[in-house]
Design a protein around this ligand. Structure first.
Ligand code: PLP
Length: 427
């Protein structure tokens, strides 16, 4: 479900011709569809129906201010993982009272900032953090609202770097220790218990692990709720998206292999988890990131060189792993689509690589793609989540610009970083 389509053989985002846009703003560049983000947000809202709930967008997936503003207008709250993300939410016109603060390594100055701004809840991940928040709240003369992130120890069928719900992961508090930690929280003078939280991982394409986590936590949630009058149970984010085959060209075999053909719609997800959640009679928070923005973005890039060797053929493009690290970091798959796609192009098997001095700097290996020539543009699809937010200046490459499309209007929402700004903080 997204708004990227070919019209007369030219790839469009909503009403905007991406080939013309590439020539206008240059490449590499990120382009996002506002309509796709809204559609996904509304689909999830609708699927949850009458369940008392709140969607807290996981800001780390894409923190461009224009996207935060768009989601705020849709009625989203925010799940943040740093003081910097809170700062961005406030800049976008959101308030701390709409934010839950996650993360295993909250720093004292971040806790102080979030408390001062009136954050809705700290989702606490360790005993040490509980003590620190209590101490800081005491110093500031206030009560800090908290929830405990409980690790349900469920197996999540996803890449091991983005699985978080096992006991061996660094995340959350073990199910067996949660109750005593709630007692400890209740005994500390500067804490107010507000909720309970869990998050089992990311890019999960089956409902079963979510359901398993909810069922494993239900007895605990009920006991804690009876004792402390909870205001919410957050079941985290993690809904996966389809990375392959949204547009039909190229080689579909890889996706079949990675996802076993799975796809989890908002409706299917909700259908599985609604019943046990309704029985809890407690507001349910969800923290979707990738599901809302992943399919809503593409990274536009240009073929710099065709390099043919006896072993392999390469397309060397002007976007690199510094712009989009998912393939290098998680073996993440992204479809690649030519911006201009005449029907008569022969397919060829090729590696698509970036300019960065690392062999891990690739977007595709042995991929069957329509033959592309030097100077032509292509779109790296489904790059709206964990794209620009993970970009770096490696190889002293400036960050690319971001463009938000709304209907037939394309707005520059981040300008291309300049070389001057590469050295601005250096002394
Ligand atoms: C990363 C994260 C999310 C969002 O994950 P998605 O897979 O992008 O939905 C939600 N909650 C927490 C605590 C996270 O760390």
């Amino acid at each position: 479900m997204h708004s990227f389509h070919y019209i007369n053989s030219v790839l469009h985002c909503e009403g905007v011709d991406l080939e013309s846009l590439s020539q206008e703003v240059g490449t590499p560049a990120y382009v996002y569809s506002a309509r796709t983000i809204r559609d996904h947000f509304r689909a999830l809202q609708k699927a949850l129906g009458s369940l008392p709930h709140r969607l807290c967008y996981a800001v780390k997936a894409n923190s461009n201010l224009a996207i935060l503003r768009l989601l705020k207008e849709e009625g989203a709250g925010f799940d943040i993982v740093s003081g910097g993300e809170l700062f961005k939410v406030l800049k976008a016109g959101g308030s701390a009272g709409q934010c839950t603060f996650a993360g295993v390594g909250k720093m004292p100055h971040e806790i102080e900032y979030a408390l001062g701004e009136g954050v809705y809840s700290f989702n606490v991940e360790s005993e040490g953090e509980l003590d620190l928040i209590n101490a800081i709240a005491g110093r500031l003369g206030c009560k800090a609202p908290i929830a405990l992130r409980v690790n349900p120890d469920v197996d999540t069928p996803t890449h091991h770097y983005i699985s978080t719900g096992r006991h061996k992961n660094k995340f959350g508090i073990g199910l067996d220790r949660a109750e005593s930690l709630y007692e400890r929280a209740a005994s500390l003078p500067h804490l107010k218990i507000r909720g309970i939280q869990t998050h089992i991982g990311s890019q999960i394409l089956r409902a079963a692990p979510f359901l398993e986590a909810i069922e494993k936590l239900t007895p605990l949630v009920q006991r804690i709720q009876a004792r402390y009058a909870l205001e919410f149970f957050s079941i985290g984010g993690g809904l996966g998206i389809v990375y392959q085959g949204a547009l039909a060209s190229g080689d579909a075999a890889w996706w079949a292999q990675e996802s076993r053909g799975e796809k989890l719609s908002a409706h299917d997800y909700a259908r599985h988890i609604l019943k046990p959640l309704e029985q809890l009679n407690l507001p349910i928070f969800l923290e979707p990131g990738r599901f809302l923005v992943g399919n809503a973005g593409v990274l536009l890039t240009k073929v710099l060189y065709r390099k043919e060797t006896p072993e392999k053929n390469f397309l060397i493009v002007d976007a690199g792993m510094n712009d989009l690290i998912r393939p290098a970091l998680y073996q993440g798959h992204h479809d690649l689509e030519p911006l201009v796609a005449p029907d008569d192009r022969p397919l060829e098997k090729i590696d698509v690589v970036g300019p960065v001095c690392e062999s891990g700097d690739f977007f595709a290996q042995d991929r069957r793609l329509p033959r592309m020539e030097e100077g032509e543009h292509l779109a790296v699809m489904s790059a709206g989540a964990y794209g620009l937010v993970m970009a770096s200046n490696y190889n002293a490459r400036p960050l690319p610009p971001e463009i938000l499309v709304n209907g037939s209007t394309a707005s520059l929402v981040r300008r291309r970083q300049s070389w001057e700004n590469l050295v601005r903080e250096e002394i």
